[in-house]
Ligand binder design. Structure first.
Ligand SMILES: *[C@@H]1O[C@H](CO)[C@@H](O)[C@H](O)[C@H]1NC(C)=O
Ligand SMILES: *[C@@H]1O[C@H](CO)[C@@H](O)[C@H](O)[C@H]1NC(C)=O
Ligand SMILES: *[C@@H]1O[C@H](CO)[C@@H](O)[C@H](O)[C@H]1NC(C)=O
Ligand SMILES: *[C@@H]1O[C@H](CO)[C@@H](O)[C@H](O)[C@H]1NC(C)=O
Ligand SMILES: *[C@@H]1O[C@H](CO)[C@@H](O)[C@H](O)[C@H]1NC(C)=O
Length: 420
């Protein structure tokens, strides 16, 4: 209800000048004990950059409070969100996983505080590409590859692909296996014995290094195998052992690292990381200035989307702050217009073009990338408007050292599909 009505509730305060307060407070939640700080670094950098360059919010400083939460402790998470509310935050950034997202969102929803992160409910803005579209992107690639028999390794709670939709949309013999790190090897072995050569790897980024090692152990790293990773972070992994034996590895990436503006920001981020952490530690957080994991990039973009929302609000509205607590559920009367302005933001960030519809991200671009002899190359892209556009069809069908003719390529170039 609030989405439709609220955009039109523009009150005019004739005697007040419109604007946002000189200090805007935001809260952020990061996972505890993961040893990974790249998301937090990206968050801090984004706020630092906004406060430094002043072009978006010349009169306003953004300050932040950070809390660390464990995905196994929802009670503690709720306490911490309430502490942030008490401190007086105007938005909460929650890059944590979906398990906690529900708890975080229910508080934000009750108090009308924008929740920017992963949630798909009211009063949330989800900067991750809409699940539905991402699923279509994977289906389009599988169709393009003409896979009629393939395996899927997926991990509970992490799977990106909606398996129901996949099996409804694709006519194929699909072998789905729910895995944990302990069972990667045996499932790979099973696929090898069954001569299943096309395999979708739908597991969390944390497991990918182990899985790659298992592929080597099983000697399943040759040209007859094709691995399609659902992680958008493939470029951040060490693929050295896979480069010279024609194994097919394909995935999408969300961050357009070829873009000049993106490169500039990543360089500056790396510099910022070095000033914050010890020089030696900085390498732990950022492998190379040319790559960034998707999650930190999304957090950077979230902070900017929030700031742009504030900026547009400022032009016609005054943002009044109020003291909120979890104890009495009196919602913040400024939250509704703020979230509507954030929802209307259109911007190009580290993760490409951004646009929302009812809190879901409906505008983005995925680069399709494939391992070639010496490096990973971009071979096409997927967008919600243009669907799959393969620009390098030869990498999927060229013979490598096999000397196979390339007749099929002309047929595939004319391939068109429609979504129904
Ligand atoms: C797709 O797969 C089917 C069944 O294996 C095969 O008959 C067909 O030739 C393939 N098409 C292309 C373009 O490879
Ligand atoms: C919030 O609380 C502080 C301290 O108790 C008070 O000074 C301030 O006026 C309150 N603000 C609002 C909007 O009620
Ligand atoms: C596919 O991508 C190429 C290169 O980026 C572009 O020139 C072409 O117009 C795109 N085709 C479609 C149908 O979007
Ligand atoms: C892997 O790629 C090579 C070309 O590099 C191709 O000949 C082979 O058919 C591909 N295998 C699969 C399973 O896609
Ligand atoms: C492919 O075939 C051509 C001619 O048939 C031959 O000259 C060439 O060496 C072959 N390449 C490989 C990698 O086997």
């Amino acid at each position: 209800m609030y989405w439709s009505g609220a955009a039109f509730c523009i009150f005019l305060f004739i005697t007040h000048t419109s604007g946002v307060p000189p200090v805007i407070r935001v809260g952020a939640l990061f996972p505890k004990h993961t040893g990974k700080h790249s998301s937090e670094l990206a968050f801090r950098y984004a706020v630092h950059r906004l406060n430094r360059d002043k072009s978006l919010l010349p009169e306003t400083n953004i300050v932040y409070d950070i809390e660390y939460v464990s995905r196994f402790d929802s009670f503690d998470t709720v306490q911490k969100v309430c502490r942030l509310v008490q401190v007086g935050v105007q938005a909460i950034f929650s890059p944590t996983d979906s398990v906690l997202a529900t708890h975080i969102n229910s508080i934000c929803d009750a108090l009308d505080i924008p929740d920017i992160g992963r949630s798909t409910h009211d009063f949330s803005i989800n900067v991750h590409p809409s699940q539905q579209y991402v699923n279509n992107a994977f289906i389009d690639v599988i169709r393009y590859l003409n896979w009629t028999r393939f395996g899927i390794l997926y991990e509970k709670d992490y799977g990106i692909i909606n398996l129901h939709q996949l099996s409804r949309s694709i006519q194929a013999e699909v072998h789905m296996r729910k895995v944990s790190q302990a069972s990667y090897l045996s499932v790979l072995n099973e696929f090898k014995n069954k001569e299943i050569h096309n395999i979708i790897i739908d597991i969390s980024s944390d497991g990918i290094t182990a899985l790659l090692k298992n592929i080597l152990q099983q000697q399943m790293n040759e040209y007859k195998y094709h691995y399609f990773f659902t992680s958008f972070d493939l470029e951040t992994f060490d693929l050295e052992d896979f480069k010279y034996n024609f194994v097919n590895i394909t995935s999408f990436r969300l961050v357009d690292i070829g873009d000049v503006a993106v490169k500039e920001i990543l360089k500056d981020l790396e510099f910022f990381g070095r000033t914050i952490f010890q020089e030696s530690d900085a390498n732990l957080y950022l492998r190379k200035a040319v790559t960034i994991e998707t999650e930190p990039a999304l957090i950077f973009d979230s902070v900017y989307v929030f700031a742009i929302g504030l900026q547009t609000l400022e032009q016609s509205h005054t943002l009044y702050l109020s003291n909120l607590t979890c104890d009495d559920e009196i919602p913040w009367n400024g939250g509704l217009s703020l979230i509507n302005y954030i929802n209307a933001v259109e911007w190009k960030g580290l993760t490409g073009p951004i646009q929302f519809k009812e809190g879901q991200r409906v505008q983005f671009k995925l680069d399709l990338i494939k391992l070639k002899q010496h490096s990973i190359v971009k071979v096409g892209e997927w967008t919600p408007q243009g669907y799959l556009n393969i620009t390098e069809p030869s990498v999927f069908f060229d013979s490598g050292s096999m000397n196979v003719t390339l007749v099929v390529i002309t047929i595939l170039l004319n391939f068109r599909k429609r979504h129904t």
